[in-house]
Design a protein around this ligand. Structure first.
Ligand code: FPP
Length: 249
């Protein structure tokens, strides 16, 4: 039986988050510029998006550009921004065909105007699609998101719209960029690195973590299925004991 055939629909995560890593190393192995790795990473984005949509997964969040990535050499940042614009432009048709809705999290205002415009237009065009929601984390970092949430919440307390005694994790989640989305049950990181890198720190409290040695540009549907199969075979306890889970207490 293939890995895909072993997947049980009812046991699939609703939300998968991915730290796409290894583009630079992939390029270096071929003696080419880092940008070449990013360009080839687009193929992996396409594969994973298509696989997630086909399987009926509700949300796929990709860490495409972190707040810290602004510190990379200007030519790499510029190339990544151009790649975003050209990829969104060329893929919108496919997103429509596959009923995929595009969404983004992160500090949109810090993105170049042409990226903001392309993103807004694709999000508008795909807004009524009802299949997979593809979430691009752009100029995103978890600490930035948490600070924004705290500022907005403090503002609402000050205005008298929120009572301090009403603050709980549910209310706080409503101030995050991911409000209205379920937390990711599975987080995948490629390229053999074991770090979270300031990604969805609040939301991954109970996520299963899966680390793949494959460099992102080589990541294919089959690798994604392997991660899902691994997830499906884990026991998610949420602080309970195995016995409690068996007895369904
Ligand atoms: C990390 O690899 C990858 C990124 C910072 C960018 C990811 C971007 C893409 C895959 C292309 C465009 C994406 C979309 C959604 C259209 P790295 O450069 O840190 O690799 P390294 O650790 O080997 O240097």
């Amino acid at each position: 039986m293939s890995v895909k055939e072993q997947l049980i629909t009812e046991k699939l995560p609703r939300h998968v988050a991915v730290i796409m890593d290894g583009n630079g190393r992939w390029a270096r192995q071929r003696g080419t510029a880092r940008v070449f790795g990013h360009k080839n990473g687009v193929k992996a984005v396409r594969e994973v998006t298509e696989a997630a949509a086909e399987l009926g997964i509700d949300y796929l969040t990709l860490y495409a550009f972190s707040t810290e990535n602004w510190n990379r050499p200007k030519n790499e940042v510029d190339a990544l921004m151009s790649l975003l614009v050209s990829t969104i432009a060329s893929e919108t048709k496919t997103l429509m065909k596959n009923n995929v809705k595009l969404f983004s999290i992160g500090c949109k205002e810090s993105l170049p105007n042409n990226v903001q415009e392309k993103l807004a237009s694709c999000m508008k065009q795909t807004s009524t699609n009802t299949g997979l929601t593809l979430v691009l984390a752009l100029s995103y970092s978890s600490r930035w998101e948490i600070i924004q949430a705290v500022k907005n919440l403090a503002g609402d307390v000050k205005k008298g719209d929120v009572d301090i005694s009403d603050i709980d994790s549910n209310l706080f989640s409503g101030y995050m960029e991911t409000r209205n989305m379920p937390d990711p049950e599975l987080l995948i990181r490629t390229s053999g690195e074991f770090r979270i890198s300031n990604f969805l720190l609040w939301q991954i409290a109970y996520s299963e973590l899966y680390f793949s040695d494959v460099l992102w540009p080589d990541f294919r549907k089959e690798h994604f299925y392997e991660a899902l199969l691994d997830f499906q075979n884990r026991e998610r306890r949420f602080g309970k004991t195995s016995d409690q889970l068996i007895l369904n207490k």
